[in-house]
Write a protein that binds this ligand. Structure first.
Ligand code: CA
Length: 255
């Protein structure tokens, strides 16, 4: 078993004054990413890696479906392959640009070929990456493309009286500091970033432990129990509810 290196976000944009439910939205860090790529193994690999970094991923296997998804609301970045069935990457890019001129698009090309790169950039791609690439390289490009000038360097996430500081790795309930191990902290952070969402044990395992951790293990349940014991108030509903057959959901208890 390898130990996880859990990625610590460096820039989080925390906005006050939104509806309580939305106040947890974290900007500039987790994205809704569309992958337009017909090679299933690549889609799987990318999806897994991006999910583990907190990104939401949707995918399309051909250019037409890709364009349709890209112009729908909510997609914040596109990874676009060049050789695709029924509408190639260049054509897909043109159509995406007509509808979403500012959407960051990163072209993936298997061809280490100047002509394709130049035409991708002329065609309105923001950057390109030649396959095969190292995943860290992709993350770096994504960060560069989505870096926003108005980013506030704050590192607090707050929800329902719970507050965590991602840089200092400390947590509080109200004014009371909560002592958490680094693994417990990572788990709580993951839950708070995905407040209101049901997270499966497998998702939690991938994000906090390791891809190849024994899926039969009950480590997630054990750590959820640890975290609950530390963050919940005895006699009051838990921040983390068990969703039968599906996983867990973090939500501030209603008073
Ligand atoms: Ca392809």
């Amino acid at each position: 078993m390898r130990l996880t290196v859990y990625s610590v976000p460096v820039a989080i944009y925390y906005t006050l004054g939104l509806e309580a439910r939305d106040a947890l939205r974290v900007y500039g860090d987790t994205l809704r990413i569309l992958i337009i790529e017909d090679e299933k193994a690549i889609v799987r690999f990318l999806t897994r890696g991006l999910n583990a970094h907190g990104h939401q991923v949707l995918s399309a296997e051909n250019g037409e479906d890709g364009v349709r998804l890209a112009v729908e609301d909510g997609v914040e970045l596109v990874l676009l392959d060049i050789t695709l069935p029924n509408l190639d990457g260049h054509e897909a890019l043109k159509r995406i640009r007509l509808r979403r001129p500012d959407l960051p698009v990163l072209m993936l090309t298997a061809r280490d070929d100047l002509k394709h790169k130049v035409s991708a950039l002329y065609g309105g791609a923001d950057d390109y990456l030649t396959k095969p690439f190292v995943f860290e390289e992709l993350l770096a490009r994504i960060r560069a493309l989505t870096r926003r000038s108005n980013q506030v360097h704050s590192a607090l996430i707050e929800s329902g009286g719970l507050r965590i500081d991602l840089l200092e790795r400390r947590a509080w309930r109200g004014k009371e500091q909560i002592e958490l191990s680094s693994r417990e902290f990572a788990l709580l952070e993951y839950f708070m970033r995905h407040s209101g969402q049901v997270l499966s044990r497998q998702q939690i395992l991938s994000a906090i432990w390791d891809y190849d951790f024994d899926p039969g293990s009950n480590i997630v349940d054990v750590y959820v129990r640890y975290v609950r014991n530390k963050i919940d108030t005895p006699g009051e509903p838990s921040y983390i509810s068990t969703v039968r057959g599906a996983g867990y959901r973090f939500e501030p208890p209603r008073k």
